[in-house]
Design a protein around this ligand. Structure first.
Ligand code: SAH
Length: 264
């Protein structure tokens, strides 16, 4: 059995209870050494074999899983954040399916959630934006043209940009070209939830300069949008004048309408 596990953003306490349990039980652990905090592996069995996938190819990773399977062992494949975002997991799943090897995915706390926590902000503010775009700039991996930063920026919604802080100057330029004003608040969160986390706040006008001055070139997210500002509407969910199926309104009536359920 193979378990794909989201290790969380860095702080070893931010792995799920289930993910931690599988790591404790695993006979083989393959972890993405460039970003996964090695402290996550401290609970591993002393006899567990540990592989750092940073120096491995896809066939090598699959071969470790395949051998484990033949020996009836448990393999934990540990990815940073949540495996479903830029995890290169799908290609592994396809190979396992070809070989009839069972697998399960245990989700993790993505770095964009840790960045929201570091910023102490809500991505989906009423009257500001109700959508979050998670994207990246092209690097060695291309991005479809219809998802260019300029195109996505047209929505003016909250954006979180992975894998791109090394191109921060071009990134800010392209977001402005797409339609965000120069005064749009923007921030970079470096190593969210790690002990050496850094948060840099600014606007699309000055963020690049600040980030370059801080020497941040990787392991950071760029977040953009008016959600970083201070103007927004109060949510209906906790509004005393608004009733819903779980709570009476100020006039004592119980709402007949469905709540659109914020975070209940
Ligand atoms: N699956 C991961 C993303 C992997 S791609 C997740 O869910 O978070 C790697 C990119 O994620 C990095 O280039 C960086 O943009 C971002 N990243 C990963 N960990 C981070 C962290 N602790 N703080 C800020 N950005 C991080």
């Amino acid at each position: 059995m193979v378990y794909f596990i989201g290790a969380g953003p860095g702080d070893p306490d931010l792995i799920t209870v289930k993910g931690k349990r599988v790591i404790e039980e695993a006979d083989r652990i393959i972890y993405a050494g460039s970003l996964v905090n090695p402290q996550i592996l401290e609970g591993a069995k002393p006899e567990a074999r540990i592989y750092n996938s940073a120096s491995m190819t896809l066939p090598q990773v699959i071969s470790v899983m395949e051998q484990g399977e033949q020996e009836g062992k448990i393999t934990a494949r540990v990815h940073t954040g949540d495996p479903s975002l830029y995890g290169a997991v799908r290609e592994q799943m396809t190979e396992l399916e070809k070989r009839g090897i069972q697998y399960e995915v245990i989700p993790g706390v993505s770095s964009f959630l840790a960045a929201g926590a570091a910023l102490k902000r809500e991505y989906t503010l009423p009257g500001v934006s109700q959508s979050v775009i998670l994207t990246r700039m092209e690097g060695r991996t291309p991005v479809p043209e219809k998802e260019s930063l300029e195109e996505l920026a047209k929505h003016g919604s909250t954006m979180v940009i992975f894998l791109s802080v090394g191109q921060i100057r071009e990134l800010c330029r392209r977001l402005k070209k797409g339609g965000y004003g120069s005064d749009t608040p923007a921030a970079v969160v470096y190593k969210a939830s790690w002990e050496d986390e850094i948060v840099i706040q600014g606007t699309l006008r000055d963020l690049a300069e600040k980030v370059e001055a801080a020497g941040i070139r990787k392991t950071a997210l760029v977040v953009v949008g008016e959600f970083l500002g201070d103007s927004f509407e109060i949510s209906k969910l906790y509004d005393p004048c608004f009733s819903h199926e779980y709570r009476k309104g100020a006039d004592g009536s119980l709402g007949s309408g469905k709540t659109d359920g914020a975070d209940e």
